[in-house]
Design a protein around this ligand. Structure first.
Ligand SMILES: Nc1ncnc2c1ncn2[C@@H]1O[C@H](COP(=O)(O)OP(=O)(O)OP(=O)(O)O)[C@@H](O)[C@H]1O
Length: 249
């Protein structure tokens, strides 16, 4: 696909005799949410690790924003605009929302402040941090400690940090995990807005959220994409119903 922001071609990965990625080719188009679903152990996290650079594929290529990033490090991919959030929380719990956001803004400008105080004295960093907080709807929480935030608000803060990097794509690993019904609804609305910032590759077990958000779904089973298409196409696919969705479809 010529205008894909992100595309994998024939990715393969094995752990010993276990083939976890079997020639995976998927892409992410501008403006879309592309969900990757599949049963536990299907290889979703392994796929994300390869896309983000933490794990080297055995074969195949990954292109992002027009360049082959297959050999690039996690940091180089992040600097190129590939924003992964949620699985590894880098938030400082006993600091305020604003302090965390300011450090995120400092990191985005390549300025590795270890202390909060000098970063907070930089008006440009504070402005950038407040702007990111406003975009995720957390500006009114800026003085609270991270440890006082709800689970969902922490995830929004993580997105604010990612926004500082001016991402060209978001890779979201189970954003609904542990949120409860109300939290999931709020996160669904939030992600629906977030797609206006950059397209989202979404790994998620919550099918209500996936069906509400996804423009396209790819179904991964035993390391293989067994179906890919719109929500309706995937729900109606007999192979998918048999292998995964069952009653949920
Ligand atoms: N570093 C590793 N060494 C050996 N086996 C691994 C390693 N990482 C993952 N696996 C195995 O690869 C398979 C796919 O794991 P993966 O975590 O990618 O699945 P998943 O689809 O993300 O599952 P879940 O939905 O439960 O998070 C599993 O059988 C897992 O045990």
């Amino acid at each position: 696909m010529a205008n894909a922001v992100l595309e994998t071609r024939n990715l393969t990965k094995s752990f010993g005799a276990l083939q976890v990625s079997k020639s995976i080719s998927i892409d992410l188009l501008p403006g879309e949410i592309h969900a990757v679903i599949g049963p536990n152990g299907a290889g979703k996290t392994t796929l994300i690790h390869q896309i983000c650079g933490g794990l080297r594929p055995d074969g195949g290529t990954i292109r992002f924003d027009g360049q082959d990033v297959t050999g690039l490090s996690v940091d180089a991919r992040a600097a190129a605009g590939l924003a992964r959030t949620f699985q590894i929380s880098a938030l400082a719990q006993e600091n305020t929302v604003l302090e965390n956001a300011v450090l995120g803004a400092a990191g985005a400008k390549g300025q590795g402040f270890r202390m909060f105080t000098p970063a907070l004295e930089r008006a440009d960093l504070v402005d950038a941090a407040r702007s990111a907080l406003e975009r995720v709807g957390l500006l009114d929480q800026q003085s609270r400690l991270v440890s006082e935030l709800s689970h969902g608000q922490r995830r929004q803060l993580e997105v604010a940090l990612a926004l500082s990097l001016s991402p060209k794509a978001f890779i979201l690993d189970e954003p609904m995990a542990g949120l409860g019904t109300e939290g999931s609804k709020r996160m669904t609305a939030f992600l629906n807005d977030l797609r206006l910032e950059a397209p989202i590759l979404l790994v998620e077990h919550d099918m209500d959220a996936v069906f509400a958000l996804a423009d396209r779904i790819s179904v991964l089973v035993y390391g293989e994409i067994i179906a890919s298409g719109t929500v309706d196409e995937v729900r109606a696919n007999p192979k998918v119903q048999e292998a995964y969705l069952g009653e949920a479809a």
